[in-house]
Design a binder for this molecule. Structure first.
Ligand code: HEC
Length: 362
């Protein structure tokens, strides 16, 4: 009995140990053994690095199938146990390269002069600048002869091809008209631009400049006006930009050419100046503030209706800020899908819409 008990115990120990061993060898295929087998047989046909099948084999079983079905491989089928094939497969997997990481999308950031400029004594009009190379694209939002919102654009070229933050750019000012923006498909063929004066901006640094416009006629029958006014970068937030700086002129791509949204970001504060057209084909603009959180720019909850329609004094050599009025007309948010693309979602005067936007690269 004593003996019998002992041998029972010993039997169990052996069974358990054998099971454990089987488990270990089933799990821990030997990459180095697989390497040896590959280089003793498979390499003669598949080469090194492996090609023509082994490099994409899905499993050890798939190698067995190949050994059984590929006529030139069949003679080698009997050479390999299933464990050998598991080792070969483990070796093949060990040399498979991880897929390359997705390319990092870098922001196509414009130059240091880019952003929103204004004159602090004349709050109510402004000019958004986008600098790329030696060109400074200006989107100037102001008012027409009746005080309705109106905008002009200019591609202002820096003298001598300068690309820094000092120097003077000059260009023609264009008065733009186009199809109604809200509630219909945008028909870019209906956009027209006619020269209406000239623009000159003399930059003393990245934040200060003198803006001169000449010959602007702000309405039928009005006389041309000329003026020099100092402009400064409009302060929105002293904080550092957390991640991507979205400051730029954005548009809907060539098929939507004619409207745009100028984005100025400081810290997480974003000012949007949106250049579109009213139902009479006249250029009009709206402004909005939103706050960046991750890749979303949304209105703070206290001001869900963040889109403002603004009216001001009739265009003239003087500007009286006290007659500027603004009314909330809807909401707008931007969902940035990468540093250079986003989706604009809006409701303005009850009309909903969505537009793909991208940085306008020129
Ligand atoms: C005598 C030459 C030869 C040897 C040795 C050989 N193969 Fe092949 N193998 C082939 C050929 C030929 C094909 C078929 C290629 C084709 O169809 O384009 C093939 C195909 C394969 C495929 C793909 C089968 C499929 O269905 O697509 C795998 C996997 C493979 N081999 C693995 C191995 C492994 C692992 C070894 C070593 C154990 C090995 N081969 C040894 C010639 C060889």
């Amino acid at each position: 009995m004593q003996n019998g008990t002992y041998s029972m115990k010993r039997l169990w120990t052996v069974v358990i140990a054998a099971a454990a061993l089987a488990c270990v060898s089933a799990m821990a295929q030997s990459v180095s053994h697989g390497n040896t087998l590959y280089h003793s047989v498979c390499v003669s046909c598949h080469g090194d690095p492996p090609s023509g099948g082994p490099e994409t084999a899905a499993s050890a079983a798939a190698i067995r199938v190949a050994l059984q079905t590929v006529p030139t491989m069949r003679p080698f089928n009997g050479l390999f146990s299933d464990a050998d094939l598991a080792d070969i497969f483990a070796y093949l997997q060990s040399i498979r390269q991880a897929p390359p990481p997705p390319p990092v999308v870098t922001a196509n950031t414009p130059g240091a002069l880019s952003g929103l400029f204004y004159n602090s004594l004349e709050s109510g009009w402004g000019v958004h600048l986008t600098q790329r190379g030696s060109n400074v694209f200006a989107a100037w939002y102001t008012y027409d002869g009746s005080g309705n919102p109106k905008w002009y654009v200019s591609t202002c070229a820096m003298a001598g091809g300068a690309t820094g933050t000092t120097g003077t750019c000059s260009g023609q000012l264009f008065e733009v008209s186009g199809p109604r923006f809200f509630g219909v498909l945008f028909d870019t063929r209906l956009v027209t631009a006619v020269p209406n004066g000239t623009l000159q901006i003399a930059f003393s640094n990245a934040d200060n400049a003198q803006m001169t416009y000449t010959g602007v006629v702000a309405g039928t029958g009005a006389t041309a006006q000329t003026r020099t006014v100092s402009i400064v970068r409009q302060p929105l937030s002293p904080a550092a930009v957390p991640d991507v700086n979205y400051t730029d002129i954005w548009w809907g791509g060539p098929s939507e050419s004619g409207w745009g949204i100028a984005i100025t970001q400081q810290g997480t504060t974003v000012f949007l100046a949106w250049y579109v057209y009213d139902s009479n084909a006249k250029p009009t603009w709206f402004v909005a503030l939103c706050t960046i959180n991750g890749t979303q720019c949304t209105a703070s909850t206290s001001s869900v209706n963040n889109v403002l329609a603004v009216h001001g004094p009739a265009f003239g050599p003087t500007f009286n800020s006290s007659v500027v009025t603004s009314a909330a007309v809807g909401s707008v948010s931007v969902n940035f899908t990468d540093p250079n693309n986003g989706v604009l979602n809006y409701t303005v005067n009850g009309v909903n819409g969505t537009k793909q936007i991208t940085r306008q690269v020129f």
